[in-house]
Ligand binder design. Structure first.
Ligand code: PXP
Length: 252
């Protein structure tokens, strides 16, 4: 399981006061030292957290580790990506008013513009991942667009985990599991992310097709109390616990 830490909210804190600290690049370095396998950052069109300069510096920091740039599928962002050359671009839907990426990309009704952006990125040897809802039609459409990876939106699962409604968690897990299986059968790498915490991550490990997690807000929040290295280690421990639970379930 690859754990990529999203450092956007280190930049949120920095930008809240217009200071030069805390530095998301230093945070990324510490996450990698603590065992993260890569770093994710979202360059939003309004630059509300990560900025262009951060992206350039993250690329320099990560010569040997995976740099996943999340961005909207726009001409401006594709130009930046082709220049910076992250290892992976995750295309996400973006609305200015939203607090965070609220839904998945609409791939099933994708326009030729989306396909052209994907082809440009791939021509620059950048792996493309699409952030989509756990929905079979979106997975099939992603495959048809020729991308290597999909990232399944786990927001509904995280929401169900935090609510008292009966069966919500099982229902969401089953939905993600069946879509992950379909995606894998179509040859796609399967990532997952959004709203994941040390509490809700272990159960997700029951889905063997998921090979990558992108986690930001919960890790940066935990870092307030235990430091960023401690927060990454706690997430790695939660992932290890999920893996151990899966092995013992398989033995039964
Ligand atoms: N993956 C994608 C594609 C996202 O857009 C986000 C939020 O920026 C995340 C993962 C991380 O979500 P969270 O901050 O809730 O862990």
């Amino acid at each position: 399981m690859r754990l990529h830490i999203n450092v956007d909210h280190v930049a949120t804190l920095r930008n809240a006061r217009g200071t030069s600290y805390p530095d998301p690049i230093e945070a990324a370095r510490m996450c990698l030292d603590a065992g993260a396998s890569g770093i994710t950052a979202h360059l939003r069109e309004d630059r509300r957290h990560i900025r262009d300069d951060d992206i350039n510096k993250l690329r320099i920091l990560m010569q040997n580790t995976t740099f996943n740039l999340e961005m909207a599928a726009t001409d401006e962002m594709v130009d930046i990506a082709c220049h910076v050359r992250p290892d992976v671009v995750t295309l996400v839907p973006e609305r200015r008013q939203e607090r965070t990426t609220e839904g998945g990309l609409e791939v099933a009704k994708a326009s030729s513009v989306l396909l052209a952006h994907i082809e440009t990125l791939r021509a620059h040897k950048i792996k493309v991942s699409l952030f989509i809802a756990a929905d079979a039609a979106q997975v099939e459409a992603s495959r048809a667009l020729g991308v290597e990876q999909i990232e399944l939106h786990t927001g509904d699962y995280a929401h169900a985990f935090g609510s008292a409604a009966a069966n919500g968690v099982e229902k969401e897990l089953a939905r993600i599991a069946s879509v992950a299986k379909l995606g894998r059968a179509l040859g796609l790498d399967i990532a997952a992310g959004h709203g994941l915490t040390t509490q809700n991550v272990p159960a997700l490990l029951a889905i063997p097709e998921i090979v990558e997690l992108n986690i930001g807000h919960a890790v940066i929040s935990d870092a307030v109390f235990v430091g960023i290295e401690g927060a990454v280690r706690a997430m790695l421990a939660a992932i290890a616990k999920g893996g151990a639970d899966r092995q013992s379930a398989n033995r039964r």
